[in-house]
Design a protein around this ligand. Sequence first.
Ligand SMILES: [Zn+2]
Length: 136
Amino acid sequence: MAYEKPLPEPDGDRKPFWDGCKEHKLSFQKCKECDHVRWPPSITCPKCYSQQTEWIQAGGHGKVYSYVVYHQAFHPAFKDDLPYVVAVVELEEGPHILTNIVGCSHDKVKCDMPVEVTWEDVTEECSLPKFQPVNS
Ligand SMILES: [Zn+2]
């Protein structure tokens, strides 16, 4: 069955991130001057304005920084997922990324909850990073 939800459009500065996702790797730019790891990608570091950058691979662990539970589908393709969780996850390396929390009931999600990345291979060209509670 065709994937009917919107897909990312990997272009420009974002392409290395989405290319990494295809291989189930979370890749971020790290400033070579001040070590700030940033998201979204950009030409200059938002902390020190250096353009000296390298791509690093994040470990995929973090915590729920903030979240909302969607009870209404604002796109018809999400209707069967209701209720679902849209969250900002703070990765151990620092970046905050917008994602979904999966693998647990929406009413179990809490701020500061430890989570780890899990991959949803939605098309041959696209894998989406989602997060699930760490089983400890
Ligand atoms: Zn910097």
